[in-house]
Ligand binder design. Structure first.
Ligand code: ADP
Ligand code: MG
Length: 395
């Protein structure tokens, strides 16, 4: 699937009011912005619009305020941070839609930027309420969706609004869809998919799809334990997502009759509990005794996975290989992350924690594409249509 949506690059924006849906859902720490990766990722589209003399009205959700204004979920810190990054004042409307929001937007000069309050202060946002969509659309002449991280949700500010005014893809959304589609549609081979982390049932759809598409799927993190359980192996006190066990059994079955190699760990690092100071033990094998939990892949597994990444034409990595937040159990994730960074193939990393791991090892700049959208990137890779993309004008 080539990207087949109209781009903000081709929109006539000069002097016009443009509503930009960005994904500014960043972590807050004591009332200020923590990791600002998502705000930075939204800058190219905003700057493009500013440089072309649009009047720019940005909107986003933040957290889960539950459909009414909640002070702790105000976008105030985000507005201040965005002002700093842009080097220009970004006013914050005290509401999402309504008189004040409309009049602030109407007062914008070409090249000026403002932010609406948290879209999830409106109960209609997550219900994709047509009335809210119309009110959002009434603020602007055209709509640009750059919120890739929320594109898998059909909400008023991501999808509904696009029915009422001309709607274009933002630069980030365009690049996300382009790079992820390149992995799924026409990868250089071998395509090696590295899956880990904790949320097996969230990721099983991707395993299913990649059994058809990939040459190798290598599995680490807590993701391996439903597979071991499905194979009748002991998992001790390891984190086993029960719902994942039948899904893992099906994946193993499906892989057997496909051309895709499904690789599981051959050794593990064990701990007593999920704690930085826990007693640690290496296990040359994978049958975890009671009283222990598997918290990392072992060195033989890590070396094998790294070699596969090294030889790959395309690598997709989603999910850490272990509890990398605990120094004692970071080695497997580090080895794989370094291999991904050093790989000569096209490398794509997605998933909030995997991206955080890359950053922690100082490797962020060494992969070809770091996706800002966890759930959205998985749904796109699974081949599911994203409502926030489907709603845009055809190219
Ligand atoms: P991502 O955000 O990259 O998609 P997930 O959210 O699925 O990844 O999983 C990340 C979490 O998985 C991390 O907090 C990590 O500590 C945890 N994790 C990885 N391996 C294990 C394991 N063996 N046991 C328990 N937790 C694990
Ligand atoms: Mg995560």
């Amino acid at each position: 699937m080539a990207f087949d949506r109209a781009s903000v690059r081709d929109a006539d924006v000069e002097g016009r009011t443009v509503l930009v849906r960005a994904d500014l859902n960043v972590p807050l720490e004591n009332g200020t912005v923590g990791d600002d990766t998502r705000i930075r990722a939204a800058l190219p589209t905003i700057q493009e619009l500013v440089s072309r003399d649009a009047r720019v009205v940005v909107c986003s959700h933040l957290g889960r305020p539950g459909g009414s204004p909640v002070e702790e979920f105000s976008l105030r810190p985000v507005a201040d941070h965005l002002s700093q990054l842009l080097g220009t004042k970004v006013g914050l409307a005290p509401e999402v839609v309504g008189e004040m929001a409309r009049s602030m937007a109407a007062d914008l000069h070409p090249g000026e930027v403002m932010l609406l309050e948290n879209t999830r202060f409106e109960p209609g946002e997550t219900k994709n309420d047509p009335e809210l969509s119309r009110e959002l659309a009434a603020i602007a002449d055209l709509f640009v969706n750059d919120a890739f991280g929320t594109a898998h949700r059909a909400h008023a500010s991501t999808a509904g609004v696009a029915a009422h005014i001309p709607a274009y893809a933002g630069l980030l959304l365009e690049r996300e869809v382009g790079n992820l589609s390149a992995v799924a549609d026409d990868p250089d081979r071998p395509l090696v998919v590295v899956l880990g982390g904790a949320k097996v049932s969230d990721k099983i759809g991707v395993i299913d799809r990649f059994i058809e598409l990939a040459d190798q799927i290598v599995i680490g993190g807590a993701m391996c334990f439903p597979f071991f359980r499905a194979q009748g192996l002991a998992t001790g006190d390891s984190l086993v997502e029960e719902d994942g066990v039948p899904l893992a059994a099906e994946a193993l079955e499906k892989a057997r009759s496909s051309g895709c190699e499904l690789c599981l760990p051959v050794d593990l690092a064990l701990g007593r509990e999920f704690d930085p100071g826990t007693e640690k033990r290496d296990l040359d094998g994978v049958e975890v005794p009671d009283g222990w939990m598997g918290l990392d892949i072992g060195p033989r597994t890590a070396a094998d996975y790294a070699a596969r990444v090294d030889a790959a034409g395309t690598v997709l990595w989603n999910g850490p290989m272990g509890a990398f937040e605990l120094e004692q159990f970071a080695a497997g994730t580090r080895t794989v992350a370094e291999a991904v960074a050093a790989a000569s193939g096209f490398t794509v990393v997605g998933g909030g924690d995997s991206v955080a791991a890359l950053a922690r090892f100082g490797l962020t700049g060494r992969v070809d594409w770091v996706s800002t959208g966890g759930g959205a990137s998985l749904e796109l890779l699974e081949g599911r249509p994203l409502p926030g993309v489907e709603a845009l004008e055809a190219a």
